[in-house]
Design a protein around this ligand. Structure first.
Ligand code: ADE
Length: 230
């Protein structure tokens, strides 16, 4: 069993990489892949860069070169729900691309051509295991639901409300749905773990800088607990 783990930014994966044993690093298409062991389980960890194209390239490369059984995307997100405050956790039960929009030609917003899905589903068992693993966190709200991704940092109430209502999504980020799309077409199970770094509103850019580190720490604890339990 090989677990693939992808984070967009250095801060989202560096703690995982420094906790790994027997590390072997390879760079493909400018993306660093770290093979090794974490909590005694075989993993491959990559920092993909910000945005959907980097994320999809990373997931596809990881699948073809390292053949992971599952891919977990970890990192931070902007909350779309008043029930999810900064530091709370979303585990995806599916992902949507909020900026994939061919609606002017009669296709519903978010509908991905070819696979004809708006929400790409995660494996239910995997979602359950990650929700379970997240119970390691104290005083933290953990919700399973839709993660929305797009090539935009969302920092306005208007935009956030539009994404939340169009897609019934709990949080917004910039990679998860691209990784989910790549995994889906390759028949690889995937799930997204995101800690809320901001509320995707007018204060999001300031909150992000203040809370990103605290939020990332929580996702690391979940991943390590998950690896111990499988
Ligand atoms: N990642 C963290 N916060 C975000 C936001 N508000 N929009 C998009 N990606 C994010």
């Amino acid at each position: 069993m090989i677990i693939g783990i992808i984070g967009a930014m250095d801060i989202e994966v560096k703690e995982l990489i420094s906790s790994m044993a027997d590390i072997k690093k390879e760079t493909v298409s400018g993306i660093d892949f770290y093979q090794g062991k974490l909590e005694d389980k075989k993993v491959v960890v990559a920092e993909c860069g910000i945005g959907k194209v980097y994320a999809a390239v990373c997931a596809q490369t990881m699948i073809l070169k390292y053949e992971p059984d599952i891919i977990i995307n970890t990192g931070v997100a902007g909350s779309l729900s008043t029930d999810l405050r900064i530091g709370d956790i979303v585990i995806s039960d599916g992902v949507v691309q909020h900026d994939y929009d061919a609606s002017p030609i009669g296709i519903p917003p978010g509908m991905i051509s070819g696979i004809n899905l708006i929400k790409v589903p995660c494996n239910e068992e995997l979602v359950k295991k990650l929700v379970q693993a997240a119970q390691v966190l104290k005083d933290t709200n953990v919700a399973a639901g839709t993660v929305a991704s797009g090539d935009q940092f969302i920092c306005s109430k208007e935009k956030k409300d539009c994404i939340a209502t169009t897609f019934d999504a709990l949080c917004v980020e910039m990679e998860g749905a691209a990784i989910g799309h790549a995994c889906y077409i390759n028949k690889v199970d995937f799930c997204i773990i995101r800690a809320m770094s901001d509320m995707a509103d007018g204060s999001a850019h300031m909150d992000f800088d203040t809370f990103v580190e605290i939020a990332v720490e929580k996702t690391i604890l979940i991943i390590k607990n998950f690896l111990r339990q499988i």
